[in-house]
Design a protein around this ligand. Structure first.
Ligand code: FAD
Ligand code: NAG
Ligand code: NAG
Ligand code: NAG
Ligand code: NAG
Length: 529
């Protein structure tokens, strides 16, 4: 009885083939009966019994008490998770925190949330930069920390990773096999949010984003069904998950395609900001050169750190490099004299602690993002503007990080049916700016957010003047004051909504899981006022 719900649907999916199963929630769907299929008899839970027939009461205390009764105190607590990157997320107080350890637990959670109409939020690594993204005031925070499996397939072609994992432990597991997956660059970022929003990796020029290199997802739908989603089984949903964020279900496992990766080259450098223009020129040339050499990754950042203007970079290459005789694509960069550098050959895993250290947890944070056509003049103007406004912003070191979406990277995003981001190779190459601020005092929230919004508007205006504007915003770096999904383009927004209607006709992941970027396309928090 317990597994009937899942087995029945899997059998159906297999028997029916790729696209003929098109009812994921019948019009007369009965949540109580779905819970019975999951082994939870609502009539035996006093608090839920009264809700079985009418499911309109908003009852997070009922939901949390019922979860405790069914799953025990080890999986349900009244305390919020303590492992958020941003202080604003840490300050959110859920009614309870649920820590599922199986996909079936997640299925029952979704159904109980529906029955009680108690809103929930899903948390993987907790690195989203704003409150309510993976936390929820008064609702159920679903902490995926115990879904932490790591399993290499027998043929070593795929690697199954639970959303309880962070990138360092993922790469550490693969290092002895000389393998990697396309994933994040910072040690403690979670696999969940990064992969669902895209996933910029050292390997992106060659392979595309993390979301472009998924063999399959294990996903819990709004009706509590557990699906294995691949391009073959559910191509429409597979496409939507490539950049669609948390709008389509809860992912209980990501099954990544592996790639060969041994020792690599890594270099993190700091420079006198007078070299910023030289670095931007090197950046532009390296973005173009990616068309003949996809093994390099690089970014340039500028920051105003306690009164000092600095530039910094990170370079990676798939193979070890002799800095005296580097591959052509890195030559111009490496010729710029640094103030500090830690050039080395190391494992992919060992490249990751650096980025987490340079963006530490424990601060109030905001991140804003925008893409532009490759234009080094715009990068210079944005830098000048940053240095002009920085002294007036009450934060430690406001920074802008410039990253490329090269032509080969965008081309790699088109494989296996493409992703939902709306980036076309003919529009490339593009670059992407991340504006990142961190501070400590809550009283500064408004003025900092306003400064960030103004900086972004000024950048967009400068870009339009130079003919370099591009709609797309990178979800994992975007603020809740930006209309991220709209930036995917009208056609993709319509297609995403069509997928939503099919897999989640009642809009459970839009209404009951309100946090983060939703398919109405709007900025979740409107404008900073
Ligand atoms: C220090 C630092 C370094 C970074 N480096 C990179 C980088 O190299 N490349 C890059 O692309 N981005 C990078 N980012 C951005 C990063 O991808 C986002 O912050 C991302 O949201 C983090 O994922 P998470 O799982 O830790 O976050 P969370 O806050 O846990 O999740 C973010 C969103 O995803 C949803 N979500 C998470 N897991 C699931 C799931 N299993 N099912 C359904 N929904 C889910 C959550 O509900 C939430 O809305 C970095 C961020 C920081 C702070
Ligand atoms: C659920 O529990 C009630 C009360 O104990 C019982 O009468 C009923 O048969 C149970 N239903 C199922 C499907 O087990
Ligand atoms: C759902 O199913 C339960 C158990 O079979 C039944 O008691 C209840 O009336 C049904 N609810 C709705 C809304 O149909
Ligand atoms: C950067 O270079 C300028 C011009 O040479 C010099 O005036 C300034 O002191 C340098 N700054 C640092 C931090 O070295
Ligand atoms: C990295 O490896 C290259 C190629 O083997 C070698 O020439 C270089 O010296 C190594 N770099 C360091 C810092 O050891």
């Amino acid at each position: 009885m317990k597994l009937f719900h899942q087995l029945c649907v899997c059998a159906l999916a297999v028997a029916a083939g790729a696209s003929t199963q098109d009812v994921f929630e019948p019009a007369d769907f009965n949540v109580t009966e779905a819970l019975i299929d999951n082994g939870i008899n609502v009539s035996t839970i006093p608090a839920l019994a009264g809700l079985a027939a009418r499911s309109s009461l908003k009852g997070c205390s009922i939901a949390c008490n019922s979860l405790k009764l069914v799953f025990g105190a080890a999986k349900v607590s009244s305390a919020a998770p303590t492992t958020y990157w941003s202080i604003q997320q840490l300050e959110v107080e859920p009614h309870c925190t649920f820590k599922p350890s199986t996909a079936l637990d997640v299925s029952s959670l979704v159904l109980i949330a529906r029955l009680t109409t108690c809103p929930f939020a899903v948390k993987s690594g907790g690195h989203a930069a704003f409150p309510g993204a993976s936390s929820i005031e008064g609702g159920i925070t679903v902490d995926m920390v115990n879904l932490n499996q790591r399993k290499l397939s027998t043929d070593k072609k795929t690697f199954t990773v639970g959303p309880g994992n962070r990138w360092k432990e993922v790469y550490d597991y693969l290092t002895p096999y000389n393998l990697a997956i396309v994933g994040g660059r910072a040690a403690y970022v979670g696999v969940g949010g990064l992969t669902l929003g895209g996933g910029i990796s050292h390997h992106t020029n060659e392979y595309g984003l993390a979301c472009d290199n998924i063999a399959s997802y294990e996903l819990v739908t709004a009706s509590g069904i557990i699906l294995t989603v691949s391009q073959k089984t559910f191509p429409d949903l597979y496409w939507a998950l490539r950049g669609g964020g948390n709008n389509f279900g809860v992912i209980t496992a990501f099954n990544y395609e592996t790639l060969p990766q041994g020792l690599m080259f890594a270099s993190k450098r700091q420079y006198n900001a007078t070299y910023a223009p030289a670095l931007f020129d090197a950046f532009g040339n390296a973005v173009e050169a990616a068309e003949t050499d996809t093994k390099a990754a690089h970014f340039v950042a500028v920051a105003y750190s306690r009164g000092v203007k600095i530039a910094s970079t990170e370079y990676e290459y798939f193979d070890p490099v002799d800095p005296a005789n580097p591959p052509a694509i890195l030559k111009q960069y490496l010729a710029v004299p640094p103030l500090t550098d830690n050039t080395r050959n190391c494992s992919l895993a060992d490249t990751t602690p650096g980025l987490s250290q340079s963006m530490p947890d424990g601060f109030r944070t905001t991140m804003w993002s925008q893409s532009f056509k490759l234009n080094t003049e715009l990068m210079k103007r944005m830098t000048d503007h940053l240095f002009k406004i920085a002294p007036g912003i009450p934060v430690g070191s406001p920074s802008v990080t410039f990253q490329a979406f090269s032509k080969p990277a965008i081309a790699a995003m088109q494989k296996k049916g493409g992703n939902a981001l709306g980036l076309r190779p003919e529009d490339g190459p593009l670059f992407h700016a991340l504006f990142y601020l961190s501070w400590t005092d809550e009283k500064d929230d408004k003025v900092v957010l306003k400064a960030a919004q103004d900086f972004l508007s000024a950048s967009v205006a400068m870009a339009k003047e130079l003919g370099a504007y591009n709609d797309y915003m990178y979800m994992p770096y975007s603020s809740p004051y930006q209309p991220v999904i709209s930036g995917y383009g009208a056609e993709n927004v319509a297609r995403l909504n069509k997928v939503l209607k099919k897999y989640d006709p009642s809009g459970v992941f839009q209404d009951l899981q309100p946090g983060y970027f939703k398919l109405d396309g709007g900025a979740p928090y409107g404008q900073v006022v």
